[in-house]
Design a protein around this ligand. Structure first.
Ligand code: FES
Length: 77
């Protein structure tokens, strides 16, 4: 299936979380902190909040969201 990561098409396997798909893209950044530091998923189970991304227009945890065909994912602050 195809998701769009920062407007670029990314072919991902079904059943992957968005965090796993982003990591597989070669650039695991999910967001940028207020001080400009890149952030990446840490816990993978919904606790650390480091994987917050804009997914189909809403802030969601990438590690808790499964990819869907046509999904639009954006790295954010
Ligand atoms: S990786 Fe920790 S909440 Fe998603």
């Amino acid at each position: 299936m195809i998701i769009y990561l920062d407007q670029e098409a990314l072919d991902v396997a079904s059943g992957l979380s968005v965090a796993a798909a982003v990591a597989a893209s070669g650039d695991p950044r999910t967001r940028t902190s207020c001080s400009g530091q890149p952030r990446t998923p840490l816990c993978g189970m919904g606790i650390c909040q480091e994987c917050r991304m804009t997914i189909d227009g809403q802030r969601q945890l990438a590690c808790q969201t499964l990819c869907r065909d046509g999904m639009r994912v954006e790295r954010s602050q």
